[in-house]
Design a protein around this ligand. Structure first.
Ligand code: GRF
Length: 217
């Protein structure tokens, strides 16, 4: 079975990257992580990639005149490594429309909210401030607008009495580590189709494949 050659872009600790690396280590996993790129040289995720025997590149955005030049460097590194698919995992740079269109429907992101609610930074704090009873995370295809695009998998967690941003974020992050590998697997299995701006999950009927709900702590 040909595995989907996947590149991952990070900026930080890379716990989602770790979840993707762990899943891809399974011999029957349909995705293969071939390259991890960080825009920060000190991102701990780079150590995770090295420990898993995956090639790494540091492409520092500060070394480029503008976003277009930086994105062109990302694009060429991904192509050189033979990437067919790209995951953003805590990558803290806004990508140009040119890049997101080049990788249209081959580029996904994870966001710590139930999109389309609470886009942008501090999504968990936004959910708390809005008094949301249910929070969660979303894996979606990337479009030029930030945190927008066809939704692939979502996970929901309750917001509990006494939650602060740290507690809620930790509960959401645990679920992120489950839904990101799930989304990549569904895609690599060829079960995901983008129709208009929504996603169809095909294959054997396994209702709820794209929804995970955590029980209360
Ligand atoms: C996660 O909360 C993810 O949803 C957001 O950035 C954070 C990355 O965390 N896009 P990590 O680097 O994967 O630990």
């Amino acid at each position: 079975m040909a595995r989907l050659k996947t590149g991952i872009l990070i900026s930080g600790s890379g716990t989602n990257l770790q979840a993707l690396l762990d899943a891809a280590r399974e011999p029957d996993d349909p995705a293969e992580i071939v390259l991890v790129i960080s825009n920060k040289g000190d991102a701990f995720g780079l150590e995770r990639a090295k420990a898993a025997g995956v090639a790494t590149r540091v492409i520092d955005h500060k070394a480029f005149a503008d976003r277009a030049a930086f994105d062109a460097a990302l694009d060429s590194a991904l192509r050189q490594a033979g990437c067919e698919f790209v995951c953003l995992a805590g990558f803290m740079r806004i990508l140009t429309a040119d890049f997101t269109e080049r990788w249209r429907d081959r580029l996904i992101n994870i966001h710590p909210a139930l999109l389309p609610a609470f886009r942008g930074l501090g999504a968990q704090a936004q959910a708390l401030a809005a008094g949301a009873r249910i929070a969660g995370c979303t894996v979606h295809f990337v479009r030029p607008e930030m945190d927008a695009g066809p939704i692939i998998v979502q996970g929901a967690v309750p917001v509990l009495e006494g939650d602060d941003e740290a507690r809620l974020s930790a509960r959401i992050l645990e679920l992120e580590h489950r839904i990101y590998p799930l989304a990549l697997r569904l895609i690599a299995e060829g079960r995901v189709t983008v129709k208009g701006e929504t996603v169809l999950i095909g294959g054997p009927a396994r209702g709820g494949d794209a929804v995970l709900i955590s029980p209360p702590d």
